[in-house]
Design a protein around this ligand. Sequence first.
Ligand code: SF4
Length: 164
Amino acid sequence: MDYCEVLEKVLKSNVVWIEAQSCSGESVSILKSGCKALDEMFFQSSPFKIFSLMCAEKSGLEYLKDVLSQEDFILVIEGAIPKDERLCYVGDMTCNELIMRLSQKAKAIIAVGSCAVNGGIIRELGYMGVREFLGKPVYEVPGCPASDKMMIAMIYQALAGGKP
Ligand code: SF4
């Protein structure tokens, strides 16, 4: 199976992708892969929900409601988590609260990019990685930005039931 075929399978799966304090480097890496499956994600309904610069189909608050009602999904987190939760919001909810709530229902959690792995370049400014925030093991894909192929491979492995 080539990369675009794996990407297509991932995009047809129940995945919730949340950006915390991020420059969107990982989302953009996925977007520039050039695979046709990405067009389908934008122009057809897909279970892959990316709460990022590219959630155009619905308003932020509607999308947030949609994301919170998901069951049986893989949670992907891009960006660092602030120790002071007032520094990061998604819609009307702090990133910290949203990630904590989703993490309690997710089948698996994947931190993508060095910011999500350990706070990255803003760690010294009072940020941390997902594992430290949640206090439990998560899959991790470091890099700045993380490699699109490594991220998609990791999501694919998590969908297949591999353990972090
Ligand atoms: S790891 Fe790098 S690319 Fe990813 S959000 Fe942080 S600064 Fe941006």
